[in-house]
Design a protein around this ligand. Structure first.
Ligand code: RTP
Ligand code: MG
Length: 140
């Protein structure tokens, strides 16, 4: 049986992760897993981009706070590639709430706050295509 075709996902090291100096830790974990970096850029999001990125949560009570947080400082945007990269990175990241995320995951090992949960990873190949287009419009 042949290996699945490589897939891409958008990973963000959120502003809390950058401020805490966890960029190297996150990149080490995904590279050790076998995922490969395709693009990387440190940037501070505009509210327009943040609201589009998290548009699915527009009606949620935490939306305003989430946009404040994600635009509140520089984040590291990464495009990562590998077999089943979307699922592979979500498994590395762990559950949304770091308190209940499994030990061994990025959130489970490194976080305590549901909003400041260090990383984002696209939740499906369709989301990945949309998010990569938003963050890196020049990418193939
Ligand atoms: P992400 O999109 O950032 O990868 O996280 P996720 O799929 O695990 O979780 P999602 O439900 O998409 O939530 C997006 C981000 O919103 C913040 N959040 N805050 N205050 C709250 O109850 C709450 N719930 C979610 C987190 O930063 C979460 O990652
Ligand atoms: Mg999500």
């Amino acid at each position: 049986m042949s290996a699945p075709a490589p897939e891409r996902t958008l990973v963000l090291v959120k502003p809390d992760g950058v401020a805490r100096g966890l960029v190297g830790e996150v990149i080490s974990r995904l590279e050790a897993k076998g995922l490969r970096l395709v693009a990387a850029e440190l940037r501070t999001l505009t509210r327009d981009v943040a609201e589009e990125h998290y548009g699915e949560h527009r009606e949620r009570p935490f939306f305003g706070s989430l946009v404040d947080f994600i635009t509140g400082g520089p984040l590291l945007a990464l495009v990562v590639e590998g077999p089943r990269a979307v699922e592979a990175f979500r498994a590395l990241a762990g559950a949304t709430d770091p308190v209940t995320a499994a030990p061994g995951t990025i959130r489970g090992d490194l976080g305590l706050e549901v909003q400041e949960n260090i990383v984002h990873g696209s939740d499906s190949p369709e989301s990945a295509a949309r998010e990569i287009g938003l963050f890196f419009p020049g990418l193939g």
